[in-house]
Design a protein around this ligand. Structure first.
Ligand code: GCU
Length: 817
């Protein structure tokens, strides 16, 4: 074997890695040298912009093979037709040193090449022969990039596509991204925010689109764009954007011609209309279908597709009306339009009826559009799931939806079979994943978050795959084949979504994050008393949305009868969606025999405890992972461990306060290992109230009295002498990097800065709240009863070295206070 694979074999594992190559590292494979590899690569297309040429290049990096499209293969080798290949599919045939990779088209050939390489990189050298075809034709990502270079809900730095109002000149990162996407068989990217800026349509930017498409084309990835519905007025200078107005139709026809001139194979348009303040056809009393078809007509001659979003709802609804319900909106708006959309329109539906929450029931719209193409919208960027600072492996959540059987007309109707087009015999359908990569070398801002992107592509190709098996492929490709690495990252990842659900929102109540500000930390009160419709209806006695037909909003009735009956009844609604469908007293007994309130308390303790194990597990891998990725991940897992406790206490305190029902286990509001900062002796520090109240232990914190002078908080330690993990709970706000020093007697135990933003890549809040609350832990500290604890906080800018409490956890006892 004379390939790069062999060369890299001797290179060892410990090189620092920045994540840029994601899972395409072609790293050393133990045992590879004893195996037979092909000795020549014959790529059957030499044009540099062709995916087959790229496939040859990729293979050059590792092995020697024949690769081409079916037509090329038959011509070049006089072989017979290979039956069973579908669009984008491939045949992979490995017999010793003879390898054939044949795609139904060139894109398929490239997918086959990546498949072969993935097998080699995982140490799999066996002979095989199989065909692999996609589940659905549309396997796209959506990027919410703005033209100024910012990214809505992006957590990995600025855009790779835009800067200062224009498409970037240097497309290196765009090509690298397309390579990563091709390796997971993604075939389209919508490159700009659904909240679209019409200046994308300027001549300069349209030329830029051509540049971007050229960079992605060799990887078989097509470019598409989001449109702003009112562009005819805002950009075109017309006095209307009425979709039936001839001038408006002509405007869009012209725009479309210009774009296809620059990008002859443009994938199509994505449209967010009449949603969250965006303009749309309803402004002119035209239906959403009329609006969608306007674009469908324009792109049809070019083979383009219109992805029309079903995320249409009124964000000013009145909570005092018991029957009002945002969850009803999609079906209310779209059901009667079934059959009215053109054949090249695909209605793009978020997996649940609200908005990427930690758990939602499957959107009933999938069961209400029988004569319309549909696609599912998933979110890889972790907007409501910890924003890449919490490890949350999301595919198990996606699988609950993809596997859900909606029983349309009493027949098997899994969501995956509806969106593939199979169930209702639709020509189009598939997957849209909101990714939001940025210029950070890790793409998503976090190495571990990349498992979600990898798995998204794999599930879109084959939704019957097992999330854990996909995860393990990703681990082997990303971190190598060491069994401990495989086992621990698997364990952490598979436990991560249940843990996150446990320490955020339980029983279908939604995530309980702050929906009025950044969707990061806890703020359960933010769900109610506003027009956004993410209500919990929590009061002193009861909680949950009554979505029954008999007494509530009627949402349950949007499902086909068999499913509706399950959700209509308290007895048959699963516990994990109870509060989504029913309004019940806190004392209601769940199927699992706990009361709702006790379940909340217990789940929050359990979830936070699981999160404490993540950095511990990760630490055992120190010698098996390069230092760069090891340290980066460790920082985030420690952050998550601390923030999970912030979540736990905030939610528990909030509902304890609302319900006045104590925790049967006596934990909530009772923290024997803590010393509250406001109870210490303060010098240059002053107590402050925190809002919302549950965001500080005992509801209060301290900040320095001056913006420029240090403060000291001190006290005598009254715990028995021993070894402790000392946690300092503080707030890291935007606008400064305060310095902290922690002393026991004269000994400095720790020193750090409020600079999470430098490590996490994004900052959260200017206030003392659930976004900025965080924890610094010093492990294994020898403490003597009577020691003097002293924290010196030095303010910086607007950050007044805020402190909440100090906790002394007896080391190794598994206590999480
Ligand atoms: C969420 C998200 C917005 C986004 C919207 C959408 O509400 O917070 O940033 O624009 O979804 O999907 O359109």
């Amino acid at each position: 074997m004379r390939s790069l694979l062999l060369v890299v074999l001797s290179a060892g594992l410990a090189i620092a890695e920045d994540g840029l190559n994601a899972w395409l590292r072609y790293a050393p494979v133990p045992g590879a040298s004893g195996n037979t590899f092909p000795s020549a690569i014959v790529a059957l297309n030499k044009t540099k912009s062709s995916p087959v040429y790229i496939a040859g290049q990729e293979l050059q990096k590792a092995a020697s093979v024949v690769v081409g499209s079916l037509d090329q293969y038959m011509t070049a080798t006089n072989s017979k037709y290979i039956p069973g290949l579908e669009v984008d599919g491939f045949w992979l045939n490995v017999k010793g040193s003879s390898v054939q990779i044949v795609g139904q088209n060139e894109r398929g050939a490239l997918y086959g090449a990546f498949e072969y390489l993935s097998r080699l990189a995982q140490g799999n050298f066996s002979d095989i022969s199989y065909i692999s075809n996609p589940s659905a034709p549309i396997r796209w990502t959506n990027e919410w990039d703005n033209l100024d270079g910012s990214i809505e809900r992006g957590y990995a730095g600025p855009s790779i596509f835009f800067k200062d109002g224009y498409v970037v000149d240097n497309v290196t990162r765009v090509a690298q991204y397309a390579r990563i996407l091709a390796s997971i068989r993604i075939n389209g990217v919508i490159i700009n925010n659904v909240n679209a800026n019409e200046t994308l349509l300027s001549d300069r930017n349209v030329q830029g689109l051509g540049r971007l498409a050229d960079a992605m084309r060799p990887y078989g990835v097509k470019l598409g764009i989001s449109l702003n519905f009112s562009s005819p007025r805002g950009f075109g200078g017309l006095d209307t954007f009425d979709p039936v107005d001839p001038a408006v139709i002509a405007f869009w026809g012209n725009v479309t011609e210009r774009i296809y001139h620059a990008v002859p194979d443009m994938a199509g348009y994505l449209v967010k209309a009449n949603s969250e303040g965006q303009p749309g056809p309803l402004t002119y009393n035209r239906t959403l279908a009329v609006g969608a078809n306007l674009f469908a007509n324009a792109v049809k001659p070019h083979g383009g597709i219109v992805m029309f979003r079903a995320f249409v709802y009124d964000n000013h609804i009145n909570e005092s009306n018991w029957k009002n319900d945002r969850a009803n909106a999609a079906v209310d708006f779209f059901k009667d339009l079934d059959g009215k959309f053109d054949d090249n329109v695909v209605v793009q539906i978020k997996y649940g009826p609200i908005d990427f929450q930690v758990r939602e029931p499957t959107s009933p719209l999938f069961a209400n559009l029988l004569q319309t193409n549909t696609a599912i919208e998933l979110q890889i960027t972790q907007e409501y799931l910890g924003q890449q600072d919490h490890l949350v492996y999301i595919p198990p959540l996606w699988k609950t939806v993809l596997d859900f059987d909606l029983r349309v007309e009493g027949k098997p109707s899994k969501v995956q079979d509806i969106i593939s087009g199979e169930r209702f015999k639709r020509p189009l359908g598939g997957y849209a994943g909101v990714v939001n990569v940025g210029t950070n070398t890790t793409w998503l801002g976090s190495h571990l978050a990349m498992s979600n992107l990898y798995a998204y592509g794999r599930l879109a190709w084959d939704p019957t795959s097992d999330p854990q098996a996909i995860l393990q492929d990703w681990i082997r490709l990303t971190f190598g084949l060491d069994p401990a690495v495989l086992s621990f990252i698997t364990q952490m990842s598979m436990e991560s979504w249940p843990a996150y659900e446990n320490y955020t929102g339980n029983l279908g109540i939604q995530t309980l994050t702050d929906i009025l500000y950044t969707h990061f930390g806890p703020n359960p009160a933010s769900q109610d008393d506003n027009g956004w419709g993410q209500w919990t209806r929590a009061d002193h006695n009861a909680i949950g949305m009554d979505r029954t037909v008999s007494n509530g909003t009627g949402f349950a009735g949007q499902y086909p009868p068999e499913v509706a009956a399950v959700y209509e009844s308290l007895e048959t609604t699963p516990d994990d969606l109870l509060l989504w469908f029913h309004h019940v007293p806190y004392t209601y007994n769940l199927h699992c025999r706990k009361t709702v309130i006790q379940y909340f308390y217990d789940a929050h303790y359990a979830g936070a405890e699981t999160a404490q194990t993540f950095p511990v597990l990760w630490s055992t891998l120190k010698d098996k992972i390069d230092a760069q990725r090891y340290e980066d991940v460790l920082f985030r897992l420690n952050f998550q461990a601390g923030h999970s406790i912030v979540w736990r206490d905030a939610i528990n305190e909030f509902y304890f306060n609302k319900s006045s029902i104590p925790d049967a286990a006596g934990r909530v509001g009772n923290h024997p290992y803590r010393i509250e900062a406001e109870n210490m002796k303060l010098c240059g520090y002053k107590p402050v109230n925190v809002t919302p109240f549950e965001m500080a232990s005992n509801f209060r914190a301290i900040t320095t009295s001056s913006k420029s002078k240090s403060g000291t908080a001190s006290t005598k330690v009254d715990f028995p002498s021993g070894t402790y993990d000392i946690g300092v709970s503080y707030y890291d706000v935007i606008g400064g990097k305060a310095k902290y020093q922690l002393y026991l007697g004269d000994k400095k135990v720790a020193e750090w800065k409020g600079d999470n933003e430098d490590h996490l890549g994004h900052a959260f809040s200017t206030m003392l709240d659930g976004h900025s609350a965080t924890r610094k832990t010093s492990k294994g500290v020898e403490v003597k009863k009577g020691d003097r604890l002293r924290i010196v906080g030095s303010p910086d800018g607007g950050e007044l070295a805020p402190l909440d409490y100090v906790v002394f956890l007896p080391a190794g006892k598994g206590i999480v206070d």
